[in-house]
Design a protein around this ligand. Structure first.
Ligand code: PHE
Length: 472
C-alpha cells in the first residue's frame, strides 16, 4: 500500500506561533549567516553585495519561503508526502529534498565539530604567540580529533530531534535563538567600541561595484537559498507542524527578516574587529577560524568574547542541522515504519558515517576530488548549495505556480442572469487550494498577492533557471 500520505491525526504541532518562528528562524540562521555572509560581503564589494543580496531576497527568497511553507501546512506531511498530495507525480521533488538533506548533513556537522574545538580552546588558550593558520590546518587535517568533535555535535543534533517537535526542536530553539541574538548584540557592541572599528563599518557600507560581476549574482542567489534553508524541504517540514489556524503569511515573513538581521549584525560584529586589528577583510572562509581567534586574542576581554562567540556559532549551527535532520525523520515516521526514536537513531548513524569522509577530506583524503579541484567536502557543499537547492527552488515555483490545483491563474468570471445574459463580470484570481491555504480559506488577508503570484509563476523560475544554467 502506498502510505506516503497516511495522515496521522495525532501528528505533532508547534505549541505556539512564536515556537514555529524560533524554530524556522533557527533553521535559517546558521553558518550561512555567521560564517559565509560576512566573508562574502568582504570579498564581493561590501554593500554592493548587500544590495544585490537584498534584491534577490525580497523578490525571490521571501516569495519562495511562503510557497514552501504553504505546501507543508497544506499537506501536514513530510516533503515526499506533501508534494505527493499536490500530485502523485511530484513525489520525486520531495524525495530530491531528502537526498539534499543527507548531503547537507554530511558536511555541515563537520563544521559544527570545528566550532566545538574552538569553543574548547576559548577556555584553554592556544599557548604563547600561536600561529592561527597553522592551528586550523593542523586541526582540520588531523585524522581523529575532528571526527570526535563531529561525533559530539552529531549527538547533540540527534538528542534534540529524538526528543520530538515540541519537546526537542521547539523547546531548544526557543532557548537558543534568543540567546543567540543577545550574544550577537554583545559582540557587536564590543566590536564597535574598539578603536579603529569605524573603518570597518565604512568598508561594509561603502559599495564597491567594481567587484560585482555575473559571478557575484550567482553567489548571491546561492546564498539566498542556503541562508533561507530553501528548496530542500526543511521549511516545508516545519510548515507541516503549523496549525491550520496560524497566519501563514505573517509567520513566514518573520523568518527572512530575522535571518537578514542576523546576517547584517554578524557582519557588523566581525568586520570592524578585523579592521581594528589590521587584518585582511577579504580572508574568505578563513575569517571565522583563523582571523577571528587572532582578533579575540588581541582584544581586551577577548577571552570572554571568544567563549560567547563560539557558543553563538554552536547554537546557530545546531538549530540549522536539526532542521535538516527533521525532514528525514518525518519522512520515516510519517510512513509509519518506525517511531521517532528509531528513525532518528538510524538517520543519525548514517549521516555520522557520511560525515567521516567529508571530515577526512581536509587531511587523509585531501587528494580525492569529486568535481575538478573540489575536495569531498567542497563537492558536497557544491552539489547541495549550488545545484540541488536552486533546482529544488525552481521545481517549488513550478509546482505552486503551474501545477498545484490547476496553478495560480487569473480568470474572468461571468455571472449570468436568468435570461442567460452576462450580469456581473469580474476578473479575479481563482481561489485554488494554494490560495485557500495561505488565507485560511479566504478568512485572512494576503498582502501583495498579485505580486507574489507573478513572482512564483514567472520571475522565480526564470531567474533561478538562468542563473542555474549559467552556473553549470
Ligand atoms: N540556513 C542554514 C544556514 O544558513 C543552512 C541550512 C540549509 C539549514 C538547508 C537547513 C537546510 O546556515
Amino acid at each position: 500500500m502506498d502510505n506516503d500520505n497516511s495522515q496521522s491525526s495525532n501528528r505533532a504541532h508547534w505549541s505556539s506561533t512564536f515556537g514555529f518562528i524560533m524554530a524556522a528562524a533557527g533553521s535559517a540562521v546558521g553558518l550561512g549567516n555567521l560564517w559565509k555572509f560576512p566573508y562574502l560581503v568582504g570579498q564581493n564589494g561590501g554593500s554592493a553585495f548587500i544590495v544585490i543580496y537584498a534584491l534577490l531576497l525580497v523578490f525571490i527568497g521571501v516569495p519562495l519561503v511562503i510557497a514552501e511553507i504553504t505546501i507543508g501546512r497544506f499537506g501536514q506531511l513530510n516533503p515526499v508526502g506533501s508534494y505527493g498530495l499536490i500530485s502523485p507525480k511530484l513525489k520525486w521533488v520531495g524525495a530530491m529534498g531528502l537526498v539534499t538533506g543527507f548531503i547537507l548533513l554530511s558536511f555541515y556537522p563537520v563544521v559544527g565539530g570545528w566550532i566545538i574545538y574552538y569553543l574548547y580552546h576559548s577556555f584553554v588558550s592556544f599557548g604563547e604567540n600561536p600561529d592561527y593558520a597553522q592551528i586550523f590546518a593542523n586541526y582540520t587535517s588531523n585524522p581523529t580529533y575532528p571526527i570526535i568533535t563531529l561525533f559530539i555535535f552529531s549527538v547533540m543534533n540527534y538528542l534534540i530531534v529524538a526528543l520530538g517537535v515540541e519537546k526537542g526542536i521547539e523547546k531548544y530553539s526557543k532557548i537558543m535563538m534568543p540567546a543567540l541574538l543577545i550574544i550577537l548584540l554583545i559582540v557587536t557592541f564590543r566590536t564597535l567600541s574598539l578603536d579603529g572599528s569605524w573603518e570597518g563599518v565604512k568598508f561594509i557600507f561603502h559599495p564597491d561595484f567594481s567587484k560585482v560581476n555575473g559571478k557575484t549574482i550567482l553567489v548571491a542567489v546561492g546564498q539566498v537559498f542556503f541562508s533561507l534553508s530553501l528548496g530542500m524541504g526543511a521549511m516545508l517540514t516545519y510548515g507541516s507542524y503549523l496549525s491550520k489556524k496560524d497566519n501563514l503569511f505573517k509567520s513566514s515573513i518573520s523568518i527572512p527578516i530575522i535571518d537578514t538581521l542576523v546576517a547584517l549584525l554578524a557582519t557588523i560584529a566581525i568586520m570592524p574587529a578585523v579592521f581594528a586589528f589590521k587584518f585582511e577583510p577579504t580572508a574568505g572562509p578563513a575569517l571565522i577560524f583563523i582571523t577571528l581567534p587572532a582578533v579575540f586574542a588581541k582584544m581586551p576581554m577577548g577571552f570572554f568574547i571568544s567563549i560567547i562567540f563560539f557558543t553563538l556559532m554552536l547554537f546557530a549551527a545546531l538549530t540549522s542541522s536539526i532542521s535538516m535532520l527533521e525532514g528525514l525523520v518525518s519522512y520515516i515516521t510519517d510512513k509509519g515504519h518506525m517511531k521517532r526514536f528509531g528513525a532518528t537513531t538510524l538517520v543519525s548513524i548514517i549521516i555520522f558515517l557520511l560525515g567521516i569522509p567529508c571530515s577526512l577530506s581536509f587531511g587523509l583524503l585531501s587528494h580525492i576530488n569529486i568535481f575538478p579541484g573540489k575536495s569531498i567536502f567542497d563537492s558536497m557543499d557544491f552539489i547541495a548549495s549550488n545545484i540541488l537547492m536552486p533546482f529544488g527552488g525552481i521545481m517549488l515555483a513550478i509546482c505552486v505556480g503551474w501545477i498545484w490545483d490547476g496553478g495560480l491563474r487569473y480568470e474572468t468570471i461571468i455571472v449570468r442572469n436568468q435570461k442567460g445574459n452576462p450580469d456581473v463580470v469580474t476578473n479575479g484570481y481563482v481561489f485554488n487550494s494554494c490560495l485557500k491555504e495561505i488565507t485560511n480559506q479566504g478568512t485572512l488577508n494576503f498582502p501583495f498577492m498579485s505580486a507574489w503570484i507573478f513572482i512564483i509563476k514567472w520571475v522565480a523560475p526564470l531567474v533561478v533557471l538562468a542563473i542555474f544554467i549559467d552556473n553549470l
